[in-house]
Write a new protein. Structure first.
Length: 112
């Protein structure tokens, strides 16, 4: 990294925003979906997703979401409000340096 980083932000969908920090070699990104707050009492999502890139290879990605199905009929909603929510998450970690190891070959004394 050369000491200077670019910061960009843009709206990439209805109530969805992307913020990126970095340059061509390293980059961090955050995606926020805020439709949960904009569509009450209807369905919506509150999502936080983040990723890290190194030399155009994704190293880490994390996504956490709270999906809301909407209130529906009020007596049912007040009877069990948590039934309308689902939590979803996803995580990945990839280390390119582990993928670049040379394949080991059997030595002369090894069977097979």
């Amino acid at each position: 990294m050369n000491g200077s980083s670019n910061v960009t932000s843009e709206q990439v969908g209805d109530h969805t925003y992307l913020i990126e920090v970095g340059d061509k070699e390293t980059q961090l990104g955050v995606l926020l979906n805020l439709s949960f707050f904009m569509n009450l009492p209807g369905p919506g999502t509150l999502r936080f997703a983040s990723y890290g890139l190194l030399d155009d290879q994704r190293i880490v990605a994390v996504s956490i979401a709270l999906d809301f199905e909407g209130t529906g009929d009020l007596p049912s909603f007040f009877g069990d409000p948590l039934s309308r929510f689902q939590v979803k998450n996803e995580f990945s970690l990839q280390l390119p340096l582990l993928n670049e190891r040379p394949a080991s070959s059997p030595s002369e004394g090894d069977p097979g």
